[in-house]
Design a protein around this ligand. Sequence first.
Ligand SMILES: [Zn+2]
Length: 141
Amino acid sequence: MNGNPQIKQCPQCGNMDSVAAGFCSRCGQKYPPYSNTFLPPTPQTTGLPPRFGSPDTIQLPPGAYDPTLAIVLAVIFSGWIGMIINKQQLKGVVVLVAGIFLILATGGLGVFVVYPLSLVDVILIGNRLKRGEPVAQWQWF
Ligand SMILES: [Zn+2]
């Protein structure tokens, strides 16, 4: 490369021309459009948007959440409603549907698995939220 920024070399014949020249003065080769501004570097597009905290994680300030209602409703009805109140809405709906299938498939015996497990889950997740701990949308216990 030549050291003079005002001079460019014709790629066809090697003739030196001013950077402002549109064509080679010797062979007539067309030069790329002249620009005296540097092009900005091409942004690195990774395809991923910047992430400031995961949308799949629930986190509240310590003491801002009271899990009592979720626990009471989980005791009266079933754990899925407490999960929804604990802001694990998708998990609550999936547990409701899966629990119904499990209970039906086991002739009702599944309730002795679904009910206590989901109740313990609501109590533990509710208390994590109360303490201000981050809880993943699909986290258990
Ligand atoms: Zn030329």
